[in-house]
Design a protein around this ligand. Structure first.
Ligand code: FAD
Length: 476
């Protein structure tokens, strides 16, 4: 094993959103940083997650809109064959374009010492990267997550897709079974159905998106059904076998077993933290195969030199959470900071059509905590812009602490819910009460006005004087 120079200030394992954010932030602050990546720069977000999925979802949405053109008084194109190879080629172009931001040459220009190879701990302050020894003062484990695979008889032999392989397809499968009705399953089931694939989705629970509020999940279910997805709820896939080159699938529901044939199977039942093959025991880092690296609220592991961020240690596996946690680590590891993960306000969104976005507490969690909740709901069919755009499916629902206007959380279902939730996040982070949002003049007509309508409803329930419109006295 060859040893490389002096210990670095921060050694980062994994160049996904968490690792790249930490490496860049630490290098910008003058720290000596080494970054190790075993596959591609950019992690799941860029290569097998957010970017490829959102890019093909955009194309699928356009096909759906073209088919629906008549509803907007526009004659639909006479021919509308789906050019799936072109869709995937665009996805590749988008991926290439975004990857330039994180290229090896850019990282080198930022002063980051980049190593390609597999990192394993060989002690409490050192790792081995394919024969090179790297020592560190502080380290960040940002190795992300991998797909959790269902245990289904015959599945491995028949073959299946995961997020690691589905974006390599360049021929549209005529039929597809999606296993799992979480965000990944719902997003991709809808996209493939919109491309014209006969798509089935099997989910073991009574509603999709188990973490979301029930009415939001129901709207997604209705939307998938409208797009022609064959929905199998309370349903488990119990067996798969190859028959004449196709996959015969057995579905178990309510005591009955039914069967169908598909060309491809995509599994999306969840993700497991990438903790194997790191030799964490050598570094004294405690972990759990399901929950990942054990960290405290400051993201420090059982080895005080070593921190973790992103999917490898967090319950909420999102890019924005990974990046925010990485910032916390840089602060805490290099500057003896005391920033807490629990202090963050993190919104997220499922990019179905309509989208489902959430921030803060869910009502059921508030009840568990004995927090009295009052909810203000505005259906999108009461919002001018949503009517104009033919995007009336959805609602804005904002929860406040009863008797006050303190925002506890919000769920938004709508075509642009992911954009709209940011207003609520901003208000929560800046400690702005819902009532004050009633005084924020919104551009008209916009779907974001739904938030102001909810704020007005809140204002009406509180007894004191109405909030003054902001921006009234413009600077001279
Ligand atoms: C299909 C799909 C869609 C998604 N869509 C969204 C979305 O719309 N919005 C959102 O916020 N999130 C989304 N996510 C989740 C998001 O991609 C992840 O939360 C995010 O990528 C996590 O970042 P990370 O840095 O923790 O890990 P990763 O992105 O997994 O990066 C970890 C990196 O570490 C490397 N690595 C692992 N082990 C080692 C080792 N021993 N040595 C060296 N390198 C190693 C890996 O190769 C990888 O590059 C999606 C995920 C999937 C699968």
């Amino acid at each position: 094993m060859t040893a490389r120079g002096h210990p670095c200030d921060l050694l980062v394992i994994g160049a996904g959103p968490a690792g790249l954010t930490a490496a860049r932030a630490a290098a910008a602050l003058g720290a000596k940083v080494a970054l190790v990546e075993r596959r591609q720069l950019g992690g799941i977000r860029l290569n097998e997650g957010c970017i490829p999925s959102k890019t093909i979802i955009r194309s699928a949405q356009l096909y759906a809109e073209m088919r629906n053109a008549e509803n907007f008084g526009v004659a639909p194109p006479a021919q509308m064959p789906v050019d799936f190879a072109a869709v995937m080629a665009r996805m590749q172009r988008v991926r290439d374009r975004i990857s330039r931001v994180h290229s090896a040459s850019r990282l080198a220009a930022d002063g980051i010492d980049l190593h390609f190879g597999h990192a394993r701990f060989v002690g409490p302050d050192a790792i081995d990267v394919d024969g090179t020894l790297l020592r560190f003062r502080k380290a960040l484990i940002a190795t992300g997550s991998r797909a959790l695979l269902p245990e289904i008889a015959g599945l491995a032999e028949a073959g299946y897709l995961t997020n690691e392989t589905v974006f390599d397809l360049n021929v549209l499968p005529p039929s597809l079974l999606v296993i799992g009705g979480g965000p990944l399953g719902c997003e991709l089931a809808q996209a493939f159905a919109r491309f014209g694939t006969r798509t089935l989705i099997a989910h073991s629970e009574p509603l999709f998106l188990p973490k979301e509020e029930r009415d939001a999940a129901q709207m997604v279910s209705d939307a998938l059904a409208r797009d022609g997805v064959e929905i199998h709820l309370n349903c488990t896939v119990v067996g798969v076998r190859l028959e004449g080159g196709r996959k015969r699938v057995e579905l178990f529901n309510d005591g009955n077993v039914s069967s169908t044939e598909v060309d491809e199977i995509l599994t999306g039942i969840g993700r497991l933290p990438a903790v194997q093959d790191l030799d964490l025991e050598q570094a004294g880092v405690k972990y759990d195969a399901q929950a990942g690296i054990e960290v405290d609220d400051f993201l420090r592991s059982s080895n005080p030199r070593i921190y973790a961020a992103g999917d490898v240690c967090l319950e909420h596996k999102f890019t924005n959470t990974a990046e925010a946690s990485a910032q916390i680590v840089v602060h805490n590891a290099l500057f003896r900071g005391r920033q807490r993960m629990s202090a963050l306000t993190v919104p997220w969104c499922t990019y179905t059509d309509p989208q489902v976005a959430h921030v803060g507490l869910y009502v059921r969690r508030a009840r568990e905590l004995n927090i009295p909740v009052k909810t203000f709901t505005v259906p999108m069919h009461d919002v001018d812009r949503a009517i104009v755009d033919g995007e009336e499916n959805g609602f804005v629902k904002i929860h406040v602490r009863e008797g006050t206007d303190r925002i506890l959380g919000a769920t938004i279902v709508g075509r642009h819910a992911g954009e709209m939730i940011n207003t609520v996040s901003l208000a929560m982070v800046a400690n702005i009460g819902l009532r004050r949002l009633a005084g924020v003049i919104h551009a008209y007509p916009t779907q974001g006005e739904a938030i102001r309508q909810a704020a007005r409803a809140c204002e009406r329930t509180l007894t004191s004087s109405p909030a003054r419109p902001s921006g009234v006295g413009l600077p001279r």
